[in-house]
Design a protein around this ligand. Structure first.
Ligand code: FES
Ligand SMILES: [Fe+2]
Length: 402
């Protein structure tokens, strides 16, 4: 189940793979890593202050499109999924024409929740409370009972639509009715690069939802540097990765961080035509503000992280594992189960234990700021992007709509 060379080349063009591999090998030779221009101080209050969280909710989680999942979760007509992590009950349905329709998952009669989890609808969806029926576009079919809603037209009680966009196998929804996703959610070099992976043909394997007692940003931070591996992950992933080197590149508010596997060293003895970066590294894409795509050599791991309203010290973190082909055999399932187990052991049992202690330590009065070193450029980038989105002019908010 390893990644065939030609497939990997199709997932990121070979020129880019060679150029990035060269940069990593150069850093290795210099005994260095990608460096920020200076150290960065991040206020502890940004993890603890309810007013700060309120601003984040407004400027980060209600003012632009949110990445909800991959297209394969809604492969056929009538397939639906629901999502509540943002605090807005969202339902997305694949219509019979093949497009997506998104709406607030609330009945227009007396407000009952319409759909749960994931599943497949026939031609309509029906409210579990009094049976109002909507089509897959969210249009109310009939006001029932007939003689009870005189003067009202069906069209006045259609479901409240949300703007939805499917781009290269990723699904984005704007959580605020009336706000439109006006342009592609990813653009330029990053869009091209992510488009190459072909996520539209991937298969969903498993999703886990974790409720944690620390600020949502700490989950993102966990993945934005790897020099903690020799200390925290000695028993788990240290044997797989080169520990203190990563290659970082920003794309607007988004970013890419590459953590080379130890096996990447074997490329030094191979001709460039054979260099296969994706097989020998963990490639992390930060899709600002709260989504991480982790290319794990032969599969994709997606993290989506949300704050809990009014609770700066709590978050919801969802991780989903996607594979290039549906797992059909016991052997394949065992392989992906093993991957999920290692992921949970590393992140939940090791990283998140520290994250909880960090959140507790915030309230100790030990310090007013955290200090990010020059060897933590992705952390600096993430927090500068947040500061810009919260307090700046918003020029870089590429997914903001009108
Ligand atoms: S609340 Fe949906 S039909 Fe009454
Ligand atoms: Fe970690």
């Amino acid at each position: 189940m390893s990644l065939p060379d030609q497939r990997s080349e199709a997932m990121m063009d070979h020129h880019t793979q060679v150029s990035l591999t060269r940069k990593i090998l150069d850093l290795l030779e210099q005994g260095s890593t990608s460096l920020a221009e200076s150290i960065f101080l991040n206020p502890v209050s940004s993890y603890t202050c309810p007013e700060h969280l309120e601003l984040e909710q407004a400027r980060l989680f209600r003012s632009s499109a949110l990445m909800i999942g991959l297209s394969c979760q809604l492969a056929g007509p009538g397939d639906y999924l629901t999502d509540d992590l943002s605090g807005v009950p969202i339902a997305i349905v694949r219509t019979s024409e093949g497009g997506l329709s998104a709406f607030i998952n609330v009945c227009r009669h007396r407000g009952a929740r319409l759909l749960d989890g994931r599943g497949t609808l026939k031609a309509t969806l029906s409210c579990p409370y009094h049976g109002w029926v909507y089509d897959l576009h969210g249009r109310l079919r009939q006001l029932l009972p007939n003689d009870s809603f005189q003067g009202l037209q069906c069209a006045e009680r259609n479901l409240v639509r949300l703007s939805v966009l499917e781009q290269d196998g990723l699904i984005w929804v704007h959580p605020v009715p009336g706000q439109r996703i006006a342009s592609p959610c990813l653009s330029g070099v990053l869009a091209d690069e992510i488009g190459h992976y072909g996520f539209q043909s991937f298969s969903h394997y498993e999703t886990r939802l974790l409720r944690k007692s620390f600020n949502w940003k700490i989950v993102i931070e966990t993945f934005l540097e790897n020099w903690h591996f020799p200390f925290l992950h000695r028993q788990t992933v240290l044997s797989i990765f080169l520990p203190a080197i990563s290659q970082f590149e920003p794309f607007g508010h988004d970013a890419r961080l590459i953590m080379p596997r130890r096996s990447l060293l074997t490329l030094r003895d191979q001709p460039q035509e054979k260099w296969d970066l994706l097989k020998h590294s963990l490639v992390i894409y930060l899709l600002f503000p709260n989504t991480l795509l982790l290319w794990q050599g032969d599969h994709l791991e997606v993290w989506r992280v949300y704050p809990v309203p009014d609770k700066p010290g709590q978050c919801l973190a969802e991780v989903a594992l996607y594979t290039r082909h549906a797992a059909t055999s016991t052997r394949e399932r065992a392989h992906w189960d093993k991957n999920m187990a290692l992921l949970l052991e590393t992140v939940v049992e090791e990283d998140f234990k520290v994250s909880e202690q960090i959140q507790q330590g915030f309230h100790s009065g030990a310090q007013q700021h955290l200090t990010f070193g020059r060897n933590e450029p992705a952390l600096r980038h993430f927090h500068r992007a947040i500061q810009q989105a919260l307090h700046g002019d918003g020029v870089l908010m590429v997914r903001t709509s009108i």
